[in-house]
Design a protein around this ligand. Structure first.
Ligand code: FAD
Length: 490
């Protein structure tokens, strides 16, 4: 007998796991198929950017991450000396959180299991076949062969996605040129500054703490092509030698936890959907991990897709809503592809001309508005969804399509709440700030999908000046506003 699910997610990395949480929150029956019997034990994605922390906070689990991560108030663009200033963000999280990917995955998996997601570990998906009924069958092998049937399937199965391949979706781009390598190591004589970035004619080195108080990550790109390929092993000796060549010291690196090589292969799925099969995360986009964006963008793909898939699967939204996953997220993928390719070019600009170009970019980043532009892009705060959703009235203010920050609220019954707290169950929020104001909701939006509240912000409410009511999507973006009809209460 076939097992029937609302959605089967192939891939239990950070993206698949986060999507599973979003779907379970809406009560869907969800299975995650994951090849690995154990979670990864590699630090890989070391940074959770501010917007992703907001995503976690929208579901009330940010403290689990803050308790074990290390906030860093700046970031880099192409390892330029002028750092991006994250203090400028109008957010509870004006920083990026250093936390190894293995910990991030463990914490998301913990939440998924609390919500009742079924995670099938050790299960390898081998075939993904769309049926005449619109559903999709995923089959493969675990301890014994399995066959699962889902109304929807999402490929969150990483760069070499089987789902993408079997759905016949092209992965356009180019192969890698040159390699970078890294080591998570203990430093006998750590540098005075917590973060080191160096760039000269010998190469480029980045050193950052892993956040556990013991280990540092060293990332190196040598100017001279070593001829090594992504698959070639890295030795501690190679890491120490190359680091010392660029920075003048290897800081006594020893006891590596992880040594690895990667490249700048860059590809983007031509489409994020074929029928009832969707792609998210690395299955949809791969690039040089510069600025720490892949996992962050992937989790935000999942956040965008989750509530839409849940609404259509439960019959509370029209099928066209699912088209907006690609129309909203593909442009983000295109920007990600282009900005990481640009960084790849700047990071390898070792020649005298190249270094002169970097000098120019360094100076440009000293201009606060330019610095803020790149900081907002890298951290995910710049993402906007300006196109109205199907069945919606035209935007009634410039806030529509933007993310909304968290803020404390005094509700009309005298109790205190937070805006994110009211969104924590994955529903919409219709917040009436001034009496008589009423937002136009999408014509299909069912009242049971909406939390209705009356209240006023008690801090950080500047952006809501002149706004009488606001409708917020489950992923924290403003869907509609209504002008204030009276002076605010409270
Ligand atoms: C050195 C390095 C540093 C990085 N730093 C950052 C950073 O600081 N910030 C950031 O945001 N990103 C960073 N990234 C990128 C980040 O690691 C990825 O973007 C992220 O892992 C993507 O998550 P995912 O869930 O989409 O895919 P994955 O993490 O690749 O997960 C896919 C899962 O699918 C499973 N799977 C695959 N095929 C099958 C199958 N047929 N059947 C069953 N299961 C299957 C795999 O076992 C895997 O667990 C870095 C990457 C590297 C290599």
């Amino acid at each position: 007998m076939k097992e029937i699910y609302d959605c089967i997610i192939v891939g239990g990395g950070p993206v698949g796991l986060w999507l599973s949480c979003e779907l379970r929150l809406a009560g869907l029956r969800v299975a995650v198929i994951e090849r690995r019997t154990n979670r990864i034990n590699q630090s890989r994605a070391l940074t959770i950017h501010g917007r992703t922390l907001e995503v976690l906070s929208l579901r009330g689990i940010e403290e689990r991450f803050l308790a074990v991560g290390k906030p860093i108030k700046s970031g880099h663009y192409a390892v330029l000396d002028t750092r991006l200033d994250f203090n400028i963000f109008d957010s509870r999280f004006p920083y990026t959180l250093y936390i190894p990917q293995e910990t991030t995955e463990a914490l998301i998996e913990e939440f998924a299991l609390e919500l009742g997601v079924e995670i099938h570990r050790g299960a390898v998906a081998e075939r993904v076949v769309s049926g005449a009924d619109g559903g999709v069958t995923v089959s493969g092998a675990n301890e014994r062969p399995f066959e699962l049937h889902g109304r929807y399937v999402v490929g969150a199965d990483g760069a070499r996605s089987l789902v993408r391949l079997q759905a016949g979706i092209e992965f356009e781009g180019h192969s890698g040129s040159g390699t970078w390598f890294l080591g998570d190591v203990v430093l006998a004589s750590p540098p005075d500054a917590p973060l080191v970035s160096a760039f000269n004619e010998h190469g480029c080195v980045l050193i950052a703490p892993l956040g556990d108080g013991v280990h540092y990550r060293i990332v190196v790109n040598e100017a001279e092509d070593s001829g090594r390929r992504r698959q070639d092993a890295v030795t501690l000796e190679e890491l120490c030698r190359a680091t010392a060549r660029v920075v003048g010291s290897d800081f006594g690196a020893h006891s590596p936890l992880w040594l690895s090589r990667f490249d700048n292969e860059t590809r983007l799925a031509k489409s994020y959907r074929r029928g009832n099969i969707f792609l998210a995360g690395d299955a949809a986009h791969i690039h040089l991990p510069a600025g720490g964006q892949g996992m962050n963008v992937g989790i935000q793909d999942a956040m965008n897709l989750g509530w839409k898939l849940a609404a259509v699967a439960t019959g509370t939204a029209p099928a066209e809503l699912l088209d907006t996953y690609e129309s909203e997220r593909l442009p983000v993928g295109i920007y990600l592809r282009d900005t990481t390719m640009a960084q790849s070019h700047l990071i390898t600009a070792f020649s005298a001309r190249g270094r002169a170009l970097r000098g120019l970019f360094n100076d440009m980043l000293k201009v606060p508005a330019i610095n803020a532009y790149f900081a907002n892009q890298v951290s995910g705060f710049a993402v906007q969804y300006p196109e109205p959703l199907p069945g919606s009235a035209p935007p009634r203010s410039g806030l529509v399509g933007n993310r909304i920050r968290d803020m404390p609220l005094r509700l009309s019954d005298g109790t205190d709440a937070t805006l994110f707290g009211l969104l924590s169950k994955g529903q919409w929020l219709d917040l009436i700030i001034s009496e008589g104001a009423k937002v136009e909701r999408p014509d299909w939006l069912h009242p049971r999908s909406v939390v209705e509240a009356r209240g006023v912000p008690t801090a950080h409410g500047d952006t809501l000046r002149d706004i009488g009511a606001i409708l917020v999507r489950p992923d924290g973006y403003v869907a509609q506003t209504a002008a204030s009809t009276s002076t605010r209460e409270g």
